[in-house]
Design a protein around this ligand. Structure first.
Ligand SMILES: Nc1ncnc2c1ncn2[C@@H]1O[C@H](COP(=O)(O)OP(=O)(O)O)[C@@H](O)[C@H]1O
Ligand SMILES: [Mg+2]
Length: 584
């Protein structure tokens, strides 16, 4: 990575502790020159953290922005792509500053990778400088840095639990995970029952509250951090509950715009919030799922659950392109006498890579429900208890810890996993359906394979090249050995050369391209390690103590290997080998 990119990334890592929080309601005007920047900003604008910001994309640069804001009020943030040199950029920024109202922030996007330019821009009042190329999330992070305020630092995370259908155990898990989270995270946990009419939070924790969520929803606009703390029931020092009402005379409807405010207040309370979202699809449930930091979908291993889970996961993956996919819990596995889909098949069909499994345990869950005690309280070391604690660790930590496989590794994994033939047994309709769900992924696999195929082909050709190169090098050595054998009889350099050439001629590859050389030279015993080029002429210089001269042959062979691969993958390279023989 380039130097400035690294520095900026390091700076933002220090300042920008995860998780990246939602950006407030601000207006952002971007002026783009290139398709590359336009596309990155377009993707960033649909990120859930930008949901409240209004982003407009215009074509142009600093001059176009200056001209526009000479006539109308400038927005909260102006982002300009620049391709001018430093002198002209600074002058243009000065002109832009004159036209913008006080408080308007500016981000500059450019190709120059120069730390001194970055510092100059910051000195001139620019909020940030993004070096191209950048990822959409880099843009979101830059906007976030512009509007981060000290009060936002304490924001908590929101974990939403939703069932793929009714009765999957989503509420039970939400309650247990919230309890387990309160034992491990360093912040308080607030558990809210959004199943406003038939929520089970009160029952599961064995608490009775007259109003609970009713008070919260009666006038959402009045709600603030202080009121929220007063309305919540303290279950332990760390766990606070907002149960649903049990009064069927009361009717509620939550508006989509109330959700924003509720989540904002809940977040600013610095608590971790666990939301038990009912299995209904409304604008406000959808809004909550789009805004949550973590989503846990609980499903039972049957077709209806699988279909709903797949639709929901597909929707969430598309609507939250910059977030890891939701988590899946497969609950009530092994229910007696019930034909069920295997977890492996279920997970593959809904397009995820992992899931948490919890066995059907009516004794444990039934007793917990009947006694108003949680499974995690009654049996923390049971199999279900351990699965709940593991889930709490995963959703309660920073989301950045999640392993989200990217790039080649993920592609390869998908290709190899999905190209495995899936043979639905004709006898089982259930298996057939699972197969159909899986088959609907094959289009994606084909696209992925199309992407990976050129890389695989290049790798294959490069490997073949390497094999041929090793073979040619062995042939060179073979010719040298033949020459060395001939040299032992001291037939003269020309004769040895002929032997080598005739050996090489038998190799179709090397016949024409190889250069071979034979040098015969002499050296006195006391000077036996002399180089051939520095050796005295044979028989001309007498050796010490009238010792006879030693006779050597030096044989060299070299060839230029021209690979079949493209030069960018594997350029031409030299193969050479040599041998030295002493005639006795
Ligand atoms: N793994 C399990 N084994 C046995 N019963 C379970 C299990 N998980 C949940 N249950 C029971 O299933 C019922 C429905 O659970 P609930 O959490 O209300 O579902 P949902 O919120 O998805 O509608 C409850 O009686 C609960 O005790
Ligand atoms: Mg429920």
């Amino acid at each position: 990575m380039n130097q400035l990119g690294k520095q900026i990334q390091e700076m933002s890592q220090i300042v920008d502790a995860p998780p990246l929080l939602p950006i407030p309601k601000v207006e952002v005007a971007t002026f783009c020159r290139s398709e590359e920047v336009t596309e990155a900003i377009r993707t960033a604008a649909i990120d859930r953290r930008m949901a409240r910001a209004t982003v407009t994309i215009k074509s142009g640069g600093i001059r176009e922005a200056t001209a526009l804001y000479g006539g109308i009020t400038s927005p909260n943030l102006v982002v300009v792509e620049n391709d001018d040199d430093e002198v002209r950029l600074m002058a243009a920024l000065e002109a832009l500053a004159v036209e913008c109202v006080t408080g308007t922030k500016v981000i500059v996007i450019g190709r120059s990778n120069d730390v001194s330019l970055y510092k100059k821009l910051l000195d001139a009042g620019v909020s940030d400088y993004l070096v191209m190329p950048f990822e959409p999330m880099d843009f979101v992070a830059a906007v976030h840095r512009c509007f981060r305020s000290s009060t936002e630092e304490k924001l908590g995370r929101i974990v939403a639990f939703v069932g793929a259908k009714g009765g999957t155990g989503s509420s039970t898990l939400a309650h247990n995970v919230a309890y387990a989270m309160s034992n491990r995270v360093d912040a308080d946990v607030l558990l809210a029952d959004l199943d406003l009419q038939s929520g089970t939070l009160g029952l599961n924790f064995d608490i009775e509250v007259a109003n609970g969520m009713l008070d919260v929803l009666e006038s959402p606009d009045r709600l603030d951090d202080v009121l929220l703390r007063r309305l919540a029931v303290t279950y332990t020092d760390r766990l606070h509950l907002l149960p649903a009402t049990t009064d069927f005379n009361k009717f509620f409807s939550l508006r989509e715009d109330n959700v924003d405010h509720l989540l904002e207040v809940a977040r600013s309370s610095s608590w971790h919030i666990v939301l038990d979202v009912p299995h209904i699809w409304t604008q406000w449930t959808r809004k909550i799922l789009l805004e949550a930091d973590e989503i846990v979908i609980t499903a039972t291993p049957d077709l209806a659950s699988m279909r709903n889970a797949k639709n929901l996961i597909d929707f969430l993956k598309k609507a939250r392109p910059n977030d890891p996919p939701p988590r899946l819990v497969l609950n009530k596995l092994g229910t007696a006498k019930l034909p069920e889909i295997k977890p492996k098949d279920f997970v593959a069909a809904v397009g995820l890579q992992e899931s948490v499994s919890i066995a059907f345990n009516p004794h444990l869950f039934g007793a917990a429900a009947n006694n108003g005690k949680l499974v995690i309280e009654r049996a923390p070391t049971s199999e279900a208890g351990r699965a709940i604690v593991a889930l709490a660790w995963r959703v309660g930590g920073t989301r950045e810890r999640r392993t989200h496989q990217k790039g080649l590794k993920a592609l390869l994994r998908n290709v190899f996993k999905r190209t495995k033939p899936t043979k639905p047994k004709a006898s089982s309709a259930l298996r057939k359906k699972v197969g159909e769900f899986k088959a609907s992924e094959t289009g994606a696999s084909a696209v992925e394979f199309a992407l990976i195929a050129p890389v695989l082909a290049l790798a294959l050709v490069a490997m073949a090249d390497l094999g041929f190169a090793i073979y040619e090098r062995m042939t060179l050595d073979h010719a040298l050995r033949a020459g060395a054998q001939a040299a032992m009889a001291d037939p003269g350099a020309t004769q040895v050369y002929k032997v080598m050439q005739s050996t090489l001629a038998k190799s179709a590859n090397l016949a024409n391209t190889t250069v071979a050389a034979v040098t015969r030279y002499c050296a006195c015993p006391e000077n036996a390690d002399v180089k051939p080029e520095a050796a005295p002429e044979c028989g001309k210089t007498p050796c010490a103590n009238s010792a006879p001269e030693l006779i050597f042959y030096r044989l060299d062979a070299a060839t230029l290997y021209r690979p079949m691969s493209a030069p960018e993958v594997l350029p031409d390279f030299d193969l050479n080998s040599s041998i030295q023989v002493e005639v006795r």
